[in-house]
Design a binder for this molecule. Structure first.
Ligand code: COA
Length: 181
């Protein structure tokens, strides 16, 4: 496999574009992924193929991001988070084209930005859509295909569109009877 060293003791695939210097040891960035200069990524992360990490995005340590995921400005990813393939995050609740003359005031500053916080150890399933502003609590679990429109509690398991609680999970992602204290 063609690769070039562009992270400290980690690597980026030869087709990856890694512009940031804020990237931790042992982090891998796979083919056709782009990390912008003002994004930050911790250590021991794995960024899959066809990902985009935008200026202003912040990713912790030991995070796994599967193929086809965009992490936009305003998204903060905690340590040990798993993000499944093609999961989507939104950071503008009522988007219009910023180039449109109808919204030239809206996009003058960052007031439009709706943050998303992914708590430590949580899972976002494949193809889930997370609509900001929301907080995903520590170790919560968002099922595949789920549309999240509200905060998710710590250890809560949610599924469906819109998301509904279908149970609780432990740190390992296994079902448990009730929310840990
Ligand atoms: C959420 C999840 C963990 C549930 O698994 P589980 O605990 O074994 O639950 P079950 O399959 O027994 O399903 C329990 C109920 O939830 C429903 N359900 C399960 N997954 C669902 C989903 N993704 N969306 C909507 N409903 C779902 C089931 O239909 C079932 O409903 P019922 O009680 O009315 O019959 C699993 O389905 C899932 O989505 N995992 C994520 C997989 C993923 O994205 N991996 C990425 C790596 S490739």
């Amino acid at each position: 496999m063609k690769q070039k060293a562009s992270t400290p003791s980690g690597f980026a695939h030869a087709t990856a574009i890694v512009e940031t210097k804020q990237i931790g040891a042992q982090t891998r960035v796979w083919a056709f992924s782009h990390v912008q200069p003002e994004a930050s990524i911790g250590s021991h992360c794995n960024i899959g193929e066809n990902c985009f990490i935008e200026n202003g995005a912040a990713i912790g340590d030991r995070v796994t991001i599967k193929n086809g995921v965009c992490i936009w400005k305003g998204v903060v990813v905690g340590n040990n988070v798993f993000i499944g393939p093609n999961a989507t995050f939104t950071n503008d609740h009522r988007p219009r084209s910023p180039r449109s003359p109808h919204v030239e005031n809206k996009y003058r500053d960052d007031a439009w930005l709706t943050p998303i916080l992914l708590g430590e150890g949580c899972t976002v399933g494949a193809n889930a859509t997370i609509i900001g502003p929301v907080v995903l609590g520590r170790f919560c679990f968002v099922a595949a295909g789920c549309v999240v429109i509200r905060n998710v509690e710590e250890f809560e398991l949610v599924a469906g569109n819109p998301c509904r609680r279908i149970g609780w999970v432990n740190e390992q992602g296994e079902r448990i009877e009730r929310q840990p204290q």
